[in-house]
Design a protein around this ligand. Structure first.
Ligand code: 5AD
Ligand code: SF4
Length: 471
């Protein structure tokens, strides 16, 4: 049993991460024969992509996917730790699964992802959820076959969660959700240590993949018919800073664009590392999409400092203006936290001011959630939940009004849309995203799925638009 440890997780040493090649041993290839698996994924795109890797590993072991949890022989919850409510959701689900396990004791139930990297959670599992079969963390997805094999032999809880800084695992297979859009990890972990954030503890030290491995993956995806890649990392602008090379995110973005893939996106950016060179590359290559997610978190300099964000409101706005000047059609979205410890009405007003200046295309907004072990969890917080909720509603109203206005500019415009699938609400319609990441529904035949088409926007709403194909 290997338990996570917060002090270990906080450490950053000069030790270079090892690159390990994933390879499934022959002896594990039939472990899942005649068995099905079901995975529920919580949280961010990083987790979604991890799930794609887990699915492919399980399928190499002969497991087959099922959409019905109640029928599965293996149930896995890939968890998120970013806010407290994720905890309640996950353990609510674990309770439901316990009933299933009582009626079908042979099913294997597991937890993985960011939450189990938390020391308190691993303790909770060890003490209160001993009936679980397997628990593994974000650093050892590649060990899933061994962990399953051990559990099948010992019939007891296999808990293997490391807090070492983590390795880079190459050649992990992926069962991708889409045939046209793919996530490509460019780095793992984060070294920014924003004071509210648990990610640097759960995902470990920043480890960039080599440019060769990334570009090769993109080239393979092109061969497989993919139209769009999203370069993925907690803080992609810091790409390469941990490698001994003179090559940064703007170089990687440029080289990815030069592969000829039809669309390139990247998430998430930290304003601190966003260079002029980056802006130039986005502007220069038509296949780099004019869409940037640029988390603000707060518009108050006092709160930004307490958050450890290392930029001021003024610096953020300067960056924003520079982007809009060089890439006028660029859509910009953001993340904002309200109710951070010490946030006064005045500080909150500063946040609203920045929103009024930046007029975001959309935003994810959150109430601050203290995460045990992070510095912000120990800060004095005197604002009531009621006031925090009021701030959130007020902020959301403002965000929604700008989202609607941003969409209104699209009325009667012709925009490129990558058609991905049938629309959830109407089987006759297809859905897809513009270059600027606007959701569009169009009446079109299913044969066009996977194609980038020109669409004239006929109707705009706050969160989506309708259009018709013009070519
Ligand atoms: N409380 C509330 N929101 C948080 N986020 C990260 N940590 C916390 C927290 N402790 C938000 C940030 C980040 C997004 C992914 O989640 O806005 O950008
Ligand atoms: Fe968390 Fe800050 Fe790293 Fe983003 S940049 S993952 S908010 S520590």
């Amino acid at each position: 049993m290997q338990m996570p440890n917060l002090l270990e997780a906080k450490k950053r040493t000069k030790i270079e991460p090892k690159t390990i090649d994933y390879n499934l041993k022959e002896e594990y290839k039939s472990l899942g024969k005649n068995k099905t698996y079901y995975i529920k994924t919580y949280g961010c795109q990083m987790n979604e992509h991890d799930t794609e890797n887990i699915k492919a590993i399980l399928e190499q072991m002969s497991f087959k996917e099922t959409d019905i949890m109640e029928n599965a022989d293996l149930i896995l919850l890939n968890t998120c730790a970013i806010r407290e409510n994720a905890h309640n959701k996950v353990f609510g689900m674990v309770g439901r699964i316990k009933h299933l396990k009582e009626s079908r004791p042979n099913i294997i139930v597991g937890m993985c992802g960011c939450m189990v990297q938390e020391e308190v959670i691993a303790e909770e599992i060890k003490n209160k959820y001993k009936w679980l079969d397997i628990v593994f963390g974000t650093h050892n997805i590649n060990e899933l076959p061994q962990i399953l094999a051990k559990n099948s032999k010992n019939k007891s809880l296999e808990l293997e969660v490391y807090s070492i800084e983590g390795d880079i695992i190459e050649n992990m297979p992926a069962k991708r959700d889409s045939k046209y859009k793919a996530w490509v990890n460019i780095m793992y972990g984060c070294d920014k240590f924003c004071t509210y954030c648990i990610v640097p503890y759960t995902r470990g030290k920043q480890r960039s993949r080599t440019k060769e491995n990334i570009i090769n993956e993109v080239k393979e995806l092109i061969k497989d018919g993919y139209k769009e890649v999203t370069l993925l990392g907690q803080n992609v602008n810091a790409y390469g800073k941990d490698l001994d090379v003179n090559y940064d995110m703007s170089d990687l973005l440029e080289e990815t664009a030069q592969t000829g893939i039809e669309r390139v996106r990247f998430i998430t950016s930290h304003p601190w590392d966003f260079t002029d060179k980056m802006i130039k590359v986005i502007a220069k290559y038509p296949n780099v999409m004019p869409y940037i997610h640029l988390p603000l978190q707060s518009g108050s300099n006092k709160i930004l400092k307490l958050m450890g964000r290392r930029y001021t409101k003024e610096e953020y706005i300067t960056l924003y203006n520079k982007i809009k000047e060089i890439i006028p059609n660029c859509a910009i979205t953001t993340d904002i936290i309200v109710g951070f410890p010490g946030e006064t009405e005045e500080d909150f007003k500063d946040t609203l001011d920045v929103v009024n200046t930046c007029k975001y295309d959309s935003a994810f907004t959150f109430i601050f959630s203290p995460r045990e072990g992070t510095p912000a969890a120990k800060m004095k917080d005197e604002t009531s939940l009621e006031i925090k909720e009021q701030r959130l509603y007020k902020l959301n109203d403002l965000i929604n009004s700008y989202a609607r206005k941003a969409n209104e500019k699209y009325q009667d415009q012709i925009v490129p849309v990558l058609l991905e699938n049938t629309s959830e609400k109407n089987e006759e319609m297809l859905m897809g995203y513009t270059d600027t990441m606007k959701l569009v529904n169009v009446k079109a035949s299913k044969e066009l799925i996977g194609k980038i088409v020109d669409v004239k926007i006929t109707n705009v709403k706050t969160w989506s638009m309708d259009g018709e194909i013009i070519n």
